[in-house]
Design a protein around this ligand. Sequence first.
Ligand code: GLY
Ligand code: GLY
Length: 291
Amino acid sequence: MSYAIVVHGGAGPRRDQEHGEAARAGCLAAAEVGAAVLAQGGSALDAVEQTARVLEDDPLFNAGYGAVLNADGDVELDASVMDGETLLAGAVAVVKTVKNPVSLARLVMEKTPHVLLVGDGAEAFARAQGLATIASGSLVTPLQHQRWLTRQGSTHGTIGAVAVDARGQVAAATSTGGTAGKLKGRVGDSPLIGAGTVADSRWAAVSCTGAGEFIIRVGLARSVLEAVRHGASLARACEEAVAELSRLGGDGGVIAVTPQGEVGWAFCSERMAGAFVRADGQRGTFFERSP
Ligand code: GLY
Ligand code: GLY
């Protein structure tokens, strides 16, 4: 078995060259962190969590610090994780005081009988678990505050990671600030298992980015997994899932890995930043569709 990891840094409309280079570099740096975990024999679950934390901490991406603001000017974060070995999953939504929501999602998976905790309950659980929490408002960057004041700039984005480890087990993680200007309490696809995230070590691990209201309705992540289960190649499974998203009028994309170490991605938005690293030393980045 050979390990592999793929990450995305969000999908959306075309951005300038400078942003593209920064997003590629940020995604590859995060993927290298996960690849190092995998190279040392670590689990796919540890790899995707560590990778997602790097992207959450990078203000370039819409997750954790630097997330977009809702209509009230607040950060409200959603995240999830799924372990393809046990089929356990954990997720949180509408959290404001947790620096790394992906790690809170993992605690929901490992320390509770539940899959999804939201709002005050999720934050109380974070404190009970001793997870680092921060003052509400401290995840708001000056840039995102300015964008909120002027209602300008990027409206969305999401981060995600999928990995297969040396044992052939897969895992997926997704984390986001959701859509800019969203109504308070709005939840997108990212914390919903089967929509934004799914992993099953028999078939694939998948993480999505894009217009959550559409991704939820097509069950985007699970549709990739089901296509693989029914014999499609990973590339075709990704393309067909994204085509259905596009048919409904949604934009976005998917990243995926198989237990055999194949990596795949597809997107129907103009842009989806991402990167991959494989055990054989292959690595690369992606950003835009051909104009
Ligand atoms: N539209 C949200 C995202 O890119 O995931
Ligand atoms: N894809 C992330 C969201 O719509 O919230």
